[in-house]
Write a protein that binds this ligand. Structure first.
Ligand SMILES: Cc1cc2nc3c(=O)[nH]c(=O)nc-3n(C[C@H](O)[C@H](O)[C@H](O)COP(=O)(O)OP(=O)(O)OC[C@H]3O[C@@H](n4cnc5c(N)ncnc54)[C@H](O)[C@@H]3O)c2cc1C
Length: 512
């Protein structure tokens, strides 16, 4: 018996050891294949990182741990010239020829569940594509595909210019743009997509094209709202402006939950004002726990931001101050200080990668139904108390100015939801733990449902409207790309023409 046991143990040991060696060899072989096949085609300065390399983990880290893509190799391309002349077209062709999936990597903040379908592919990391050059006449900038919002803001500041960008400094500028791009200056300059003059695009077959409204109207339309589906953008030309909006008033107040109805009534009062009065005023709220202020209940942090002077901004702020907030922080700041102050700076906790699951369930609203808002609060308050792992979750309410957004025809781009007023996003945050995933998804979805149910009867076509860049991944095409069918049909038609093999299918695919 002892011998039999010993024999079995020896066999098992050899099998296990052999398995490890074989699988290890396979992993290394595929990595080496990529290196030897693709490496010589890349220009100097580019790098291919494989899983064993010390720089691989930071290069493949994501903001979102849940349902994330994985990589056999990360290819860091160096500049637009490398892409257009040697690198990206060839490595994309290489990936095509070898049936390897590929995915552009910008700020790595993409968090939709469709990204989980991308496993062991080639990541085309754009982090070295950082050039931003201003045209001689100062009316536009050529911006490369790997910049973050913060880098665009700082580069424009250095030449005394401004334009629309996303708010969060560490988020990819291009990733945000391709889905629409909301930000602080959208009331003045429109959404981020509204400022694109033309795109350079690397297509699925490796060819490189310029896409503008005149060169290919439909392709240009699709890139602005559903752009993740239609190519890799190494650079684009982007409108920039004299900086009219430099000094801003920033007021942040904390309210206890008993003030919820009063606060949201005032928010409704502001949102219902004629648009021209809101050109300059942005309001936003965050529900989250802050035990040092209130150990038991979620707090409502409410912020008002406007460039000064602005009489409406001053009046609106006074309405909230009249509600006796628990605390008030008010200051005059420079435009470029706002990301940091609103918790969106490069060094803010929100910019941490590789730590948490952040399950987001966004919904656009036109106004707040106070009953639904209270129900959503109660659910959020209870769940973040009962499941302590969810204690760092939050709900964001972003109401940016809309004047310039609505000056653009609603049918003008692949982004469908110009008629909305407030972007709301429950974000269920927790350390990765598969045992909690179902509960987190039910919690997030139920919160969104409550808010959605509160819109019933208030709209002519009560569809759930979702910002594709915040989407969880279980939304329908109509909810992401627009109702009535024509938008989704149009996107499917453009897809058939531009990317018939659907190689760009990892982020909110327009064809499922
Ligand atoms: C903390 C935080 C703050 C945010 N703030 C804002 C905000 O203020 N405004 C706003 O509108 N959105 C905001 N978003 C949403 C953001 O726009 C999306 O998460 C977006 O997908 C992030 O892009 P990325 O480049 O950082 O991520 P990535 O995961 O690198 O990219 C997302 C998708 O875009 C593709 N992609 C990236 N770059 C390119 C390129 N050059 N060419 C082609 N495809 C490309 C990727 O392949 C991927 O499919 C925020 C998100 C987070 C997590």
């Amino acid at each position: 018996m002892r011998y039999l046991f010993s024999f079995l143990w020896t066999v098992i040991f050899h099998l296990v050891t052999a398995d490890v060696v074989v699988s290890d060899l396979l992993v290394r072989a595929s990595g080496q294949d990529i290196k030897s096949g693709l490496g010589p085609k890349l220009s100097s300065g580019s790098r291919i990182l494989l899983p064993g390399d010390s720089d691989f983990p930071p290069a493949s880290e994501r903001w979102q741990e849940y349902a994330k893509p994985t990589f056999s190799a990360i290819v860091e391309v160096t500049n637009e010239n490398d892409i257009s002349e040697t690198a990206s077209p060839r490595d994309i062709i290489y990936a095509n020829n070898n049936s390897m999936p590929f995915l552009a990597l910008g700020g790595a903040h993409g968090s939709i569940t469709s990204l989980e379908g991308f496993q062991n592919g080639i990541g085309i990391r754009l982090s070295k594509l950082k050039n931003i050059t201003v045209s001689d006449d100062g009316t536009y900038a050529t911006i490369e595909g790997g910049v973050t919002n913060g880098e665009v803001m700082r580069a424009l500041k250095a030449v005394n210019k401004q334009s629309a960008t996303g708010v969060c400094e560490c988020t990819g500028f291009m990733g945000a743009l391709l889905g629409g791009g909301h930000g602080l200056l959208q009331g003045h300059y429109g959404m981020v997509i509204d400022n694109v003059i033309d795109f350079r695009v690397v297509m699925a077959d490796g060819s490189i094209v310029n896409v503008s409204d005149t060169s290919d109207h439909d392709y240009f339309w699709a890139l602005r709202g559903a752009g993740h589906n239609f190519g890799i953008v190494p650079s684009l030309r982007y409108k920039i402006y004299e900086p009219d909006y430099l000094q801003w008033n920033y007021t942040m107040m904390a309210f206890s939950q008993d003030k919820l109805e009063a606060v949201y009534e005032v928010m409704n009062k502001i949102t219902a004002r004629p648009e021209h009065e809101l050109t300059n005023v942005i309001n936003y709220a965050i529900w989250m726990r802050s035990p040092d202020i209130d150990p038991n209940n979620v707090l409502i942090f409410f912020g008002l931001i406007y460039p000064i002077p602005d009489d409406n901004g001053t009046t609106f702020t006074s309405w909230f101050l009249d509600l006796n907030p628990l605390s008030v922080q008010s200051q005059i700041v420079q435009y470029w200080d706002l990301p940091k102050l609103t918790g969106n700076g490069d060094d803010s906790p929100i910019c941490q990668h590789g730590v948490n699951n952040h399950l987001r369930f966004p919904i656009y609203l036109d106004e707040y139904n106070l009953t639904a808002t209270r129900s959503a609060y109660d659910l959020f308050n209870n769940m973040t108390a009962e499941v302590t792992a969810f204690k760092d979750s939050m709900i964001l309410f972003e109401a940016y100015s809309l004047v310039a957004v609505r000056l653009v025809d609603w049918a003008n781009s692949g982004f469908a939801w110009r008629d909305t007023k407030v972007l709301v996003a429950p974000v269920i945050t927790y350390a990765p733990d598969a045992a909690l995933d179902d509960t987190a998804i039910k919690f997030g979805n139920r919160t969104r449902e409550i808010l959605y149910e509160g819109t019933q009867g208030t709209r002519w076509w009560p569809v759930l409207r979702v910002y594709v860049n915040y989407a969880f991944g279980d939304e329908t095409l109509d909810q992401l790309y627009g109702q009535l069918g024509w938008r989704t049909d149009k996107l499917a038609g453009i897809k058939q023409k531009i990317d018939p093999n659907n190689r760009f299918r990892w982020f909110a695919p327009v064809v499922r």
